[in-house]
Write a new protein. Sequence first.
Length: 280
Amino acid sequence: MAEEFSEEVVEQSQSQSNPGADVEMAEGNEAESSVARNGGDLPFAEGGDIEPRTQFISYLTSPVVTLLVGNGETETILTAHQALLTQSPFFADACAAFTDDGSPRQVELPSEELDAVGCFLEYLYTGDYFPRKLPGQRILEQDPSLPAVDETGEQLLKHARVYTIAEKFGMDKLKNLASSKIHCVNSTAKGEITYARYIYKYTSKDDTTVRAPVANFWATRSHTLRAEAEEEFRALCLEFPQFGYDVLTRVLDEKLKRERNEKLHPGPASGRKRPRHSNV
């Protein structure tokens, strides 16, 4: 395809540079058959027709779905347009069961956090959720209602909950976005422990996207941060042995790595030889 295209470009450029040159015209029957083969249109590059862009108004004119978030006294009613919701495989399956007989279009989410569902809907409508990342920086928009340093872990938990709900709803791009925002939060040792407990409770053992950074964080900083939250750190290790194992594995791996480097690149001898004294 590339060679054929370049030859055509050369021929076109030659004809443009020499407008007086003779131009070969296709025979009548050949030209007609060429037009017929192309449906009367000019030929386009290989790849087929380009699908038309979906207009945003088409999402807003789709049926409205009711979401029941939480249960009991904490139950909250939210609504969203079906065409947006069905971008999620979870909601696509739920909406496939709806009928046009006038029965309510309703999805129950009794175990989900209201704020996480709200962030999910905000992402569907805008492509992001608050707080947004500042362009070109590893910083989030400042929320005046929250402290600059996350001492309790609530700011970390906000994005962790969005991550787990995106996992449930099958929204990989939202998962990646939430994961990137987690690394933008400035928190304390106790806040990090609160976050680590949530991650090891609500994510799978094979989910290294969020588990590996947690274990790495504590493996490299446990000797300094543990003093700030010794009891909490010990309780977390007892509650989730996998957390303690992951941290210990990384500590031992790092120690082994240092020992290998020392063998390959030994440093200068630290001890001095005692001077010899001659009796001469």
